[in-house]
Design a protein around this ligand. Structure first.
Ligand code: AMP
Ligand code: ZN
Ligand code: ZN
Length: 397
């Protein structure tokens, strides 16, 4: 009798959790390069309002703090070494091809995208999902897309049109309406690169995104389902200053015959022409000031990096603010550095029925926890991942 009672309670609790997930909606917006302290440096009344009425936190990216690796980490809960998008540019060892953002053939080839992106986790468990340009969402991963998705290569919507699109998706009839919407915006990353993180132009970009997010939230709340929407605004990495006086050139240290490719993308991934040259490259760089150098498989554990099959033979990471590249750099901003450096950290705001009100988290959390958090909000079972829900339950009511 006691066992039957306990079983019924467990079944009832599971149904409540299931129903809660199905009733609520989650909108997550990524602002590329949304450095955590832009909201301190700039005038962002809406992000401040979200902090007062919802949750405010600082999130650490995964290494390397670049766009493709981190957006796909947010989607899968796997660190880049595990999901396979190890950099914005890398060599595919099996074919010798180059993966890069501008190489459409490799960028849209699903075989490089490991793990289970949340739009598929949800869809496979009967929860409709939608994406508006999230990294990986215009790739037929496992032969599939989200229920609704947009191609980054075609008729790119403006920022304002993306807001319209989110509202359109959540205004669909109930049977068609997605419960998860993931949207991507290129700012403030674009301004941060061109003008540096602390500049008039980046201020304008951040303040504009603040006002656009206010418009989005106001319109979301005005929907009939407004009270059931959890709204998250975050990003992929931060931004720091670089300038040409802090640049090192590979040709000053390496012989041409040693190097097949250098994919210069913080970190630089160096592929040797022959195995015996791996040591030559490593030895030539290991005592250079402002560079850290490792052979693949020998990186410190905290970076969670360096074991993937497509990894360079030698990995070179400049100190924060330094550049290692063959082409001269202009002054401006960039990212990709050690993810434990605070300039690489990301702002996080969340509001809605599942989030605490007026809660500021004291310490950072890892971005691999976004995937289990989204699965929890949607009431779906997460696939194996590198994050934990426990790390972020304090954000929830
Ligand atoms: P990063 O070099 O890490 O700053 O990369 C930012 C760039 O990624 C931006 O210029 C975007 O245009 C680009 N990007 C973002 N999403 C996609 C996508 N789905 N496909 C191709 N490029 C993208
Ligand atoms: Zn980015
Ligand atoms: Zn960038």
């Amino acid at each position: 009798m006691k066992r039957i009672f306990i079983t019924s309670v467990v079944v009832w609790l599971a149904m409540v959790a299931w129903a809660a997930g199905r009733d609520s909606y989650t909108v997550i917006v990524s602002l590329d390069g949304f450095r955590w302290d832009y909201t301190e440096a700039y005038d962002t009344p809406f992000f401040d309002q979200l902090a007062q009425q919802g949750v405010k936190a600082v999130m650490t990216p995964s290494f390397p703090s670049k766009t493709f690796p981190n957006h796909y980490t947010l989607a899968t809960g796997l660190v880049p070494d595990h999901h396979g998008i190890i950099a914005n540019k890398f060599k595919i060892r099996s074919s010798g091809k180059k993966f890069s953002l501008s190489n459409t053939e490799t960028r849209t080839d699903p075989q490089y995208y490991g793990g289970d992106p949340v739009w598929l986790t949800a869809k496979h468990q009967g929860v409709k999902s939608a994406t508006v340009y999230w990294v990986g969402s215009d790739v037929a991963i496992k032969g599939e897309y989200a229920n609704y998705w947009k191609d980054y290569l075609q008729d790119l919507l403006t920022k304002e049109q993306r807001v319209d699109e989110i509202i359109r998706l959540l205004s669909l009839p109930e049977e068609e309406r997605p419960h998860l919407v993931m949207a991507y915006f290129e700012e403030p990353d674009a301004s941060g690169h061109k003008y540096g993180p602390i500049s008039r132009e980046t201020r304008q970009a951040v303040e504009y995104m603040d006002s656009l997010m206010q418009v989005l939230w106001t319109r979301l709340q005005a929907l009939p389902i407004g009270e059931n929407i959890n709204f998250i605004v975050t990003g992929d990495h931060g931004m720091t200053w670089v300038n040409p006086e802090r640049q090192l050139y590979p040709k000053d240290y390496l012989k041409e015959e040693w190097v097949e490719h250098i994919y210069n993308d913080f970190p630089a991934l160096i592929y040797a022409t022959r195995p015996q040259f791996v040591d030559s490259i490593y030895n030539a760089l290991q005592h250079v000031d402002h560079l850290r150098v490792w052979k693949r498989g020998e990186m410190p554990a905290y970076l969670n990096y360096g074991h993937n099959e497509n990894m360079g033979d030698v990995i070179v990471l400049p100190d924060v603010g330094w550049v290692f590249d063959k082409d001269p750099w202009k002054p401006g901003g960039t990212h990709g550095f050690d993810h434990t450096c605070s300039d690489m950290w990301v702002g996080f705001r969340a509001i809605g029925p599942d989030f605490k009100q007026g809660y500021t988290r004291a310490n950072t959390f890892r971005n691999v926890c976004i995937y289990p958090l989204l699965c929890h909000l949607l009431g779906v079972t997460p696939s194996p991942n590198d994050g934990t829900l426990d790390e972020v339950t304090d954000l929830l009511r």
